[in-house]
Design a protein around this ligand. Structure first.
Ligand code: SF4
Length: 328
């Protein structure tokens, strides 16, 4: 099986799916896990994958920082990334000699698509000498123009660690605002947004707090607007959000995030009551068990990158990993 045994997977899936749905999933889950062994493939699963992909077949699960690191350390011949295209590109950057696959090439990202390599070049020309920090949710070409990448887990730390009073921070406008709040450095941002995160408003939080008489812990991601983050009890990366759920003061949790992460946490923390609201990322939902099976069977769709782009992009990603994992 993946990160979980078949027994554990069935136990978790039975909390969300009806028996006939599980009966349909199980043969595919077994086939994928058999193919993985035959082909010496490792499956990485982002927190936003649906529970069948997350619990049933992914060998390593987590947020993009952790998965980026693990992609560089695996000795598997094939890496199949259950996530979106920029994540599979990051795996290729860190493991250029391996075959890196994604089950659907159209699994993109509105945020990553908000900026091009030429946009970054133009900003660098406008602000010569100013270091560029780029959120990993961007293409390999954009990473190649970047001094150091960051994730939502380490954005603040990376910005503060740079020896410069001004930093170009790309491409997420909201994450840039939330970093700006906690640093004296001047942040130059770009108007990129995630289509899922921009749908929430402070009103969503206020309504839930009123409905539950205040007995709710609100947890959000720093890719939300500053107003949403300011009204939350905690804001952090997907992994930091999970850690906070463990110690949350209230049994009622308003998790302001993508829907599948809420589903996965419902199974992980049956003692908590997760108050919906959530938004679905249509890109993440393009990854299904059927497509993963076909991708492994036919060894498609392979990520190909120009070697020079890999070399340049790798510098910015490894610099982030070194800074993040070497900090005390
Ligand atoms: S949730 Fe937002 S940032 Fe993540 S893949 Fe979807 S569009 Fe991109």
């Amino acid at each position: 099986m993946g990160a979980y045994t078949e027994e554990e997977t069935l136990d978790k899936l039975s909390k969300l799916y009806i028996p006939s749905e599980i009966d349909q999933m199980l043969p595919l889950i077994r086939e994928i896990n058999r193919l993985k062994k035959e082909k010496n493939a490792v499956l990485l699963g982002h927190n936003y994958m649906t529970p069948d992909v997350f619990y049933g077949i992914s060998d390593i699960v987590g947020d993009s920082l952790y998965l980026s690191k693990m992609a560089g350390e695996t000795d598997a011949d094939i890496i199949l990334f259950n996530g979106v295209h920029f994540m599979a590109e990051t795996a290729k950057i860190l493991s250029p000699d391996k075959k890196v696959l994604i089950a659907d090439l159209k699994a993109g990202c509105s945020l990553a698509e908000s900026i091009t390599r030429d946009d970054v070049k133009a900003l660098k020309a406008q602000y010569p000498g100013v270091p560029v920090v780029t959120y990993v949710n961007c293409s390999a070409e954009v990473k190649a123009e970047t001094d150091v990448c960051c994730t939502s887990a380490n954005a603040q730390f990376i910005v503060d660690s740079l020896d410069s009073d001004t930093v170009i921070f790309l491409p997420d406008e909201y994450l840039a605002q939330n970093v700006q709040k906690n640093t004296k450095k001047k942040i130059i941002s770009h108007p990129g947004r995630c289509m899922v995160h921009e749908m929430y408003t402070p009103m969503d939080i206020e309504i839930t707090r009123q409905r539950l008489g205040g007995d709710v812990t609100v947890i959000s991601h720093p890719e939300y607007s500053r107003e949403v983050v300011d009204r939350s009890d905690f804001s952090g990366s997907t992994s930091q959000m999970i850690d906070f759920v463990r110690s949350a003061p209230s049994k009622n949790i308003l998790l302001i995030t993508e829907c599948s992460m809420g589903d996965n946490l419902r199974m992980e923390f049956p003692e908590k009551h997760f108050v919906s609201t959530c938004q679905t990322c249509p890109h993440m939902k393009k990854i299904t068990l059927e497509k993963v099976r076909d991708a492994l069977l036919e060894e498609k769709f392979e990520i190909h990158l120009d070697p020079e782009i890999i070399r340049l992009a790798k510098n910015s990603v490894t610099r982030m990993l070194e800074l993040s994992y070497n900090k005390k």
